[in-house]
Design a protein around this ligand. Structure first.
Ligand SMILES: *Cc1c(COP(=O)(O)O)cnc(C)c1O
Length: 218
């Protein structure tokens, strides 16, 4: 599917949900994609991209940023504490703030740097043991502790369990965000971004539907 088609489907979903045109940001997830596909999307005007690995992003994006003005880069993969510093320098937004130790590290680095990317707290809405994220019951407390550290928390992010209907997970995330006064909702991927938009997503993270299937990570 082409980038234009995905943008068309986003516009249709916005309108079906009674939401303003352009209220949903498309994050084109370019992890592990051949460079020519990423450049093709840039040539078509796409500027917001998501990456999962700090090293891969660091190898790719400084050059692309020099060639294309206005790129906005989002970290959507698990962030190791020892990669927090390069991540902070490379990304405009980090969607995977998922534990106190990372919050403390980011707060210290942000203070030294005098700047911090916008942050989304990842919530493990399915309470899956293998999945990253704050448990729903711990979310309010964690958000409060991030705010106490002066971290710019803008919203919440989730990855629903693969074998379940995403709708209740998106709703749950929206509920937690609303009661914490957060307006950002990073939810929805290739298979369920229209559902996510119906449930209030402000950022959808779409990879394979734009770029095609990913090769296995080398
Ligand atoms: C890879 C990835 C995506 C994109 O997934 P697709 O199914 O290819 O759209 C979205 N969000 C996260 C967190 C990812 O790791």
């Amino acid at each position: 599917m082409s980038l234009a088609e995905i943008k068309g489907r986003i516009a249709t979903a916005e309108s079906a949900a009674g939401r303003a045109p352009g209220s949903v940001t498309l994050i084109a997830v370019s992890k592990v994609q051949p460079l020519d596909r990423v450049i093709a999307a840039l040539d078509q005007g796409q500027r917001v991209f998501g990456e999962n690995y700090v090293q891969e992003a660091a190898a790719k994006w400084p050059d692309l940023r020099a060639r294309f003005a206005g790129v906005e880069l989002h970290m959507i993969g698990p962030l190791q504490t020892n990669k927090a510093k390069p991540a902070l320098e490379l990304f405009d937004v980090i969607h995977t703030l998922d534990r106190p130790s990372l919050a403390e590290r980011l707060a210290r680095l942000a203070q030294d740097r005098g700047a911090c990317p916008d942050l989304f707290v990842q919530v493990n809405t399915g309470a899956e043991p293998q999945k990253a994220g704050i448990l729903p019951d711990d979310a309010d407390g964690f958000i409060a502790s991030c705010r106490a550290l002066d971290l710019p928390v803008r919203g919440l992010m989730c990855i629903p369990p693969e074998d379940e209907d995403s709708t209740p997970h998106f709703r749950h995330l929206a509920t937690i965000a609303a009661r914490n006064g957060l307006t950002g909702l990073s939810m929805g991927m290739s298979g369920d971004f229209e559902t996510a938009i119906a449930e209030g997503a402000t950022h959808v993270r779409v990879g394979s539907a734009i770029f095609g299937a990913r090769a296995a990570r080398a």
